[in-house]
Design a protein. Sequence first.
Length: 289
Amino acid sequence: MKPPVSAQITERSGSNLALAFVLLPARKRAAMAALYAFCREVDDIADDESVPAAQRAAALAEWREDVRRACAGGRPSLPVIVELQPFAAEFALPFGLFDQLIQGVEMDLWPKRYPDFPALEVYCYHVASVVGLLSIQIFGHVDPGCRAYADALGKALQLTNILRDVGEDARRGRIYLPEAEMARHGVTEAEIFAGETSDRFRSLARAVADRARFHYRAARAALPAVDRRSMVAAELMGAVYWRLLRELESRDFPVLGPDRVRLGSARKLLLVLAAWLRITTGLPIATYG
């Protein structure tokens, strides 16, 4: 018997996000796999530049309407959303958040520049914080203040992603780094598109890393004590991406070349074991910020 479509997508991805699922009970693990598969599929639609942007927009509109039906108790048709529907009902996942997520990936249909950090963080909210807000519903948060935690951690993770992927994004014609920060550090678009690393670029990268650090600290401060144990998967994600940020910093931001900076499997496994030990011993789980 084949595993669910969502589980297949999650397994193929090799994502850091999927890594965090191992610490969840089986039902929540399945729910997160379904949520992740939804996120992966809509993101892949937006990023497939072999397809005209208008056609990708139409495909995303179909996904929006199908998940709207699912959340309203109707009959969705797309396999991933069919699998997601019972979890959306069980964990009260609102259509509004799915809609905001699709709005975020739609921002990538016609790549644009972000003038400053606040503008970039609107994008980060839609493509990352919203995923966090959906996830804490599945994890079972109690305190409404946990939403501020999900918002901040999502922005921290996305800024880390943006920093890691500067070169990869540039080769696709995209620059997410804020224009005001580029100007302040004297870095031009032409230099980034050409993959030219300089002391000025490293200074710019440190500014982005500092902004990510701000959000890691905000997340750590915002997590309500009552929800610390239930947020173990999110805290593991924070730990993994925090180590990735530290790795980028220690290597002086080699992000414009063809090789993506990664954490090895052994280091990730150690982070999983550390998170598990912290749960079982009652120690604070957060190891970032």
